[in-house]
Design a protein around this ligand. Structure first.
Ligand code: ADP
Ligand code: MG
Length: 239
């Protein structure tokens, strides 16, 4: 217990340091970006230098994105679960994703008929779960590159130990991942994208586990990708 306390304190200190560092970097980066923009406006007759300014602006944006993800990691994971209607919550989210889906990306939702009543009584934190699903869906949109389908499905299922669970699957028919990639998707800072951060799924796993749930992935090259999120049911006393 002593070791765990020391470890927790150390993590909290690292979090505070990361936050201080992030805030300290943010303002100067915003300044660099602004001055590069002003300079670019004055360089209409010098296209080569103007294009260098555009590079500076793009790199500033990348740095800002990194810093934002550092703040995300530093932020304490405050999760408060309560019994809520998972089916209704998802229906609302899916409507929103539909309007945001880029290009010719379709988004659909199937709720398993027999599960209706019990899916109205699931333990989760709506803000945290919303963030997690957002991460998975944005990854799917990015993988689909403007064309394909993201399918949500909810049903009753179980955890590995047999306790009942609400199951949300989010599947895309994109390029999928090879074995080496899929093994690492939940690792902090693992990314295959040029301007990725590798923070999304690592945070998602931690947030889902804080809610008493689990997340896993099934995928193969050329076979699309399916994420499965399991959450405890409110009327399961052991939950
Ligand atoms: P980032 O999106 O910044 O790369 P994530 O943690 O969100 O970080 O994702 C980690 C990696 O997992 C991605 O870089 C990508 O290689 C892989 N990945 C996640 N979702 C999918 C998906 N739906 N299809 C293909 N690859 C995916
Ligand atoms: Mg991502």
């Amino acid at each position: 217990t002593q070791d765990e306390l020391v470890q927790a304190e150390r993590l909290a200190a690292i979090g505070e340091m990361a936050a201080a560092l992030a805030h300290g970097i943010r303002n100067p980066v915003a300044g660099i970006r602004l001055f590069a923009e002003l300079a670019r406006d004055d360089l209409e007759d010098r296209p080569q230098i103007a294009s260098t300014m555009t590079d500076i602006i793009a790199e500033s944006d990348r740095l800002e994105k990194r810093v934002r993800s550092m703040l995300d990691i530093a932020r304490p994971l405050e999760v408060k679960v309560r019994a809520d209607d998972l089916a209704a919550f998802l229906a609302g989210l899916v409507d929103e994703f539909r309007t945001r889906a880029p290009g010719r990306t379709a988004v659909d939702l199937v709720v398993d008929d027999g599960a209706g009543a019990r899916l109205a009584n699931v333990l989760f934190d709506a803000r945290a779960l919303g963030e997690c699903i957002e991460t998975v869906v944005v990854n799917a949109f990015e993988a689909l590159e403007g064309k394909g389908r993201v399918s949500f499905r909810t049903s009753l299922d179980g955890f590995a130990d047999g306790r009942p669970a609400a199951l949300v699957t989010i599947a895309d028919d994109g390029p999928g991942m090879d074995e080496a990639t899929s093994r690492r998707v939940f690792e902090l800072f693992f990314t295959t994208k040029r301007s990725g951060t590798g923070v999304g799924l690592a945070m998602t796993k931690r947030l889902i586990e804080r809610q008493g749930g689990t997340i896993d992935v099934e995928t193969a090259s050329g076979r699309g990708t399916t994420f499965r999120i399991r959450l405890p049911l409110a009327d399961d006393v052991r939950a």
